[in-house]
Structures are given as C-alpha cells and as structure tokens.
Design a protein around this ligand. Structure first.
Ligand code: URA
Ligand code: SF4
Length: 209
C-alpha cells in the first residue's frame, strides 16, 4: 500500500472522486471496512468540516456524520448560525477503523494511525481542490494534524482563524476545534461547557464566511 495517490481519477469533480475512492487500496483499511465513506455536501460549499474517520453507522450507510456525533454536530451548527446547506462534511480517513468487541458483533472505533492519515490525505486535498471552501474546519486532533501538521495542538490553538499551510485548492483559512465525539464522551459535569466551547468556535467560522 502506497497511499491513495495512485487511485485518484483524472477528473477532479466530486462525483468522480467519490466513485474512485470506492476502489482505493491505498492503505489496509479498505479490507475490513464495508465501504469508503466519502465527503458529502455541495460542490460550492463555503465551509468544509473534516472529522477523523467514519464510525460504525457511517460505515454501514456510506454517509459521513450520520451517527451520534453527527447528531451533535448538526445541533451545534444550527446553534452557531451555520446553514447545513453551505457545509461539506468529510473525514481525514475514508474507511472505518475498528477492533471487534471481545464478545458479540459490536465494532469499536479505533483512531487511525499517522501512516493511515498520510495515506488517505490525497483524497482530502482533492476534496479541498474540488470544493474550494472559504474556511476548512478541523474537528479534533486527527484532522488538525492532517492539515496543520503533526505538531499542531488543538487545545492550544482552537477557535483561531489560521493560515492553511500549502493553500490546497486556494483555501487559505483553517480553524481547529474539538471533535463532537469528545463532547459526547466528556464526563457529565463537563459536557455542557465542552458543547458551548464547540459552538463558540463554530461561531467564529459563521462570522468569517
Ligand atoms: N466521527 C467522525 O470523525 N466522522 C464521522 O463521520 C463520524 C464520526
Ligand atoms: Fe484509501 Fe483512505 Fe481507504 Fe486507506 S482509508 S484504503 S487510503 S480511502
């Protein structure tokens, strides 16, 4: 496996990219996942949101952010005043990574490795080229490290409008915030604050577009 580069199609529109991603074997994740989960949303979206990796529900349906994290994200977008219709949603890594539960058929999400993030990055760059959003929002450390560098720390820089290194697709501006799953996983007493911080970061995006 040498990364996704070899699988990129000549045509760079979203439909061609999505189609080609289904045949990607750029890392070993395609083997156990059900299908590639490509990004979704309009080709002229003004905001691109980048998550980590599809979850169980996304793997089954083929659509990004349709599980519990997606529900929380939809609410946070609405509260921040970002119209879902101007948003393209995708992930840093396109195939579900999981470990089987010790008993039963449940599959437990696993964070993608750095080499898997690197292998899958050509798809993310191609999405940025095709969509050309005004702002790309990294949801959590995996997306932030994919686009802003492996030394990037979300906790130190969240909520700031940052220059996107390399300007892929002519996109100049990035913002990092926490992953919606981190809000869901926060202990009950911290959850409300974590959610408020996520929506505050998204409001910075709403103002910038
Ligand atoms: N978490 C992610 O990072 N992406 C999804 O699509 C769903 C959950
Ligand atoms: Fe290709 Fe990314 Fe899937 Fe790996 S995770 S096979 S690089 S699409």
């Amino acid at each position: 496996h040498e990364g996704a580069q070899h699988y990129l199609p000549a045509a760079a529109d979203l439909a061609a990219l999505r189609n080609a991603a289904h045949g990607c074997r750029g890392c070993d994740l395609y083997r156990d996942a059900t299908q590639a989960v490509f990004g979704a949303g309009p080709e002229n979206a003004r905001v691109m949101l980048v998550g980590e990796v599809p979850g169980d529900r996304e793997d089954r349906t083929g659509e990004p952010f349709v599980g519990p994290a997606g529900g929380l994200l939809d609410r946070a977008l609405e509260e921040s005043g970002i119209d879902r219709g101007v948003v393209y949603v995708t992930n840093a890594v396109k195939h579900f990574r999981f470990t089987p539960a010790e008993r039963g058929s449940r599959r437990i999400h696993k964070k993608p490795s750095r080499s898997q993030v690197v292998a899958c990055k050509p798809w993310l760059l191609a999405e940025l080229e095709a969509v050309g959003p005004e702002v790309v929002v990294c949801l959590g450390a995996t997306a932030a490290q994919a686009l802003l560098g492996f030394d990037f720390r979300v906790s130190a820089r969240r909520g700031e409008l940052l220059e996107l290194p390399g300007h892929p697709g002519g996109v100049n501006t990035a913002l990092a915030t926490v992953h919606p799953s981190a809000v869901l996983r926060a202990p009950e007493e911290d959850r409300r604050r974590a959610y408020a911080e996520l929506t505050a970061d998204l409001r910075v995006v709403a103002k910038a577009i």
